[in-house]
Write a protein that binds this ligand. Sequence first.
Ligand code: ASP
Length: 281
Amino acid sequence: MIPSNPIGSLANGEMIPTIIFALIIGGILSVLKEETRLVKDFFTQFNKIMIKMTIWVMKLAPIGIFCLMASTFATLGLDALMPLFKFIACVILAIIIQSVIIYPLLLLLFTRLSPINFIKKFSSVLMFAFSSTSSNATIPLTLETLSQLGVSEEVSSFSIPLGATINMDGNAIMQGCAVMFATQAYGMDLGLSALITIIFTAVIASISAAGIPSAAIISMNMLFMSVGLPLDIITIIMGIDHFLDMFRTAINVLGDAICTVIVAFKNNALNSDVFNGKNVK
Ligand code: ASP
């Protein structure tokens, strides 16, 4: 994980050593502040260039995906569709388990508040996240709904924008399933250490994805490279990504909100009467 040659890691696409090196550089830049402003500005501006380049590439992507999918299905026939359907079903099932079992349990366990009450009021936010496929675009609605649920703005105005950027379990779920889908498609057998690498990298990849439509696809490259998988299967996933993005954005937003309610509760920043609908303004 610690690079002996950071430039070599960068050139060879070894993502984890590269990320660790970037984190160290970022940490040092934040300590040295003014002394290294030039370098910090360089990275900030270079980041803008890369984002612009990505936007241009994504504009061309639909044509490329159309051609790649047409050629894949023309060569492999309908046989190629079945594994894709299984992949979609697997992602949606995992997302349902996370949202119907894990999150309500966490809410109950840490706060004893009613998950049903929460979902009743929060469902419109989930619908908005589902249709906009953007956690960032959902932030204002999430904040408003949490305040109607009695969560103090002091907590939500910090944790919701932060969560929309770094807390993306929908992405981690989808990326984990995508790696399994790819390894099975290529007939590869992953060992335990590769599986642990996948879990670790999928979490980092989901943290690094922005809360915008299809961001997970971009960070998925890093995951595939970390276990030495060819990248071409990502183009097949891209063809159905918008559909999956709807589900994962909804669960990303749900995760941010549930964690915010828990943090607010633990810090006495939640009005339980308002949450339970006893005193709704
Ligand atoms: N669209 C997702 C979000 O905004 C990110 C992604 O899964 O690509 O949360």
